[in-house]
Ligand binder design. Structure first.
Ligand SMILES: Cc1ncc(COP(=O)(O)O)c(C=O)c1O
Length: 322
């Protein structure tokens, strides 16, 4: 019999799609890994099961213990699913600046969701580093209160291990190793670092570029000043990322900045040209890949990820019907 014991068994082995229509008049190929084809509709399902597996193996998690996590929605949705099916309580702590679909989905899976108001000067749909700091403080308070396990996606090595051990391996297999460039929008930087590490280990000629919003440039040049507002949910927080350090710098060939308009335009293009309904960070990844193909990486094979589904943005003005 070929059924799955539960939805956790459907996580992983996502398809890789060659974007023929978008690259019709461009020399080179873009391959998009549909990480949103997962029960929680995002790449963070893989991270959630990796976190629980690693924590169980190390004896950090006790049976039935509460898990707390700061999330822009996707990490929390992955953890909500993994916790429900593995018998843990889960509390998600999220900024009110993130789209409400995410909170509804986590709740539907049985998670407790705590929404943290944004700073007075912040804008809905644009979560700043300051907003995230408030979410972090609340997550720490709840972790202490419930004597919980803090999943800690910004620091927990399981975040990048998921990309390294599963996504990167899947891509190498799907492309028979024929990868020239990988570029990825950074939140924790976990996917970028984990996948880049595995690609470089496989073939050190693979070039790896991190992506930042053009007015929240922390690692590229010139560094942003000002309010750092942008609409690419899931990253661009203008904070030091623990996964970018002396060791992992060796996996990074540079950084690319993308505007909101470029990200939104390419997200819509993916839907209209390729019938792929993804989130805004996917558009940022695609915009960067197109830029690279049109410039110094003409003729190459570029790999990108679709971190989440466009259905998570139905309440935003990403999709229009008029
Ligand atoms: C939609 C979306 N895109 C991109 C990212 C960034 O991923 P990472 O944390 O692996 O850098 C996230 C992270 O939550 C996300 O939710």
């Amino acid at each position: 019999m070929k059924y799955c014991k539960n939805v956790l068994e459907t996580i992983g082995n996502t398809p890789l799609i060659k974007l023929n229509n978008i690259t019709k008049n461009i020399d080179g190929n873009i391959f998009l890994k549909l990480e949103y084809l997962s029960p929680g509709l995002s790449k963070k399902d893989k991270v959630a099961i990796q976190m629980i597996k690693d924590a169980e193996n190390k004896g950090f998690l006790k049976k039935g213990q509460t898990i707390v996590e700061l999330t822009s929605g996707n990490m929390g949705t992955g953890l909500a699913i993994a916790c429900k099916l593995k018998g843990y309580e889960f509390i998600a702590v999220m900024s009110e600046g993130n789209s409400i679909e995410r909170a509804k989905m986590m709740k539907a899976f049985g998670a407790k969701v705590v929404l943290v108001p944004q700073l007075p000067e912040s804008i809905k749909g644009q979560v700043s580093g300051g907003d995230l700091q408030l979410v972090e403080e609340e997550a720490q308070r709840l972790t202490n209160k419930y004597n919980a396990f803090r999943a800690d996606q910004f620091k927990n090595p399981s975040t990048y291990r998921a990309g390294e051990l599963s996504t990167a391996k899947e891509i190498i297999d799907q492309l028979d190793g024929k990868i020239d460039v990988f570029t990825d929008f950074m939140g924790t930087g976990g996917s970028f670092i984990g996948i880049s590490k595995a690609f470089k280990k496989y073939n050190k000629q693979v070039k790896c570029f991190g992506i930042e919003p053009n007015n929240a440039v922390k690692y590229g040049k010139p560094q942003s000043t000002g309010t750092f507002e942008h609409s690419i949910q899931g990253g661009g927080y203008m904070m030091d990322l623990p996964f970018i350090n002396e060791e992992t710098k060796n996996y990074i060939d540079g950084f690319i900045s993308i505007t909101d308009d470029e990200a939104i335009k390419h997200t819509r293009l993916l839907a209209s040209e390729e019938c792929i309904f993804a989130g805004i960070s996917t558009g940022a990844n695609l915009a960067a890949a197109v830029k690279l193909l049109k410039n110094e990486y003409s003729g190459k094979n570029i790999v990108i990820i679709a971190p989440d589904s466009g259905t998570k943005y139905l309440s935003s003005d990403l999709w229009q019907y008029k």
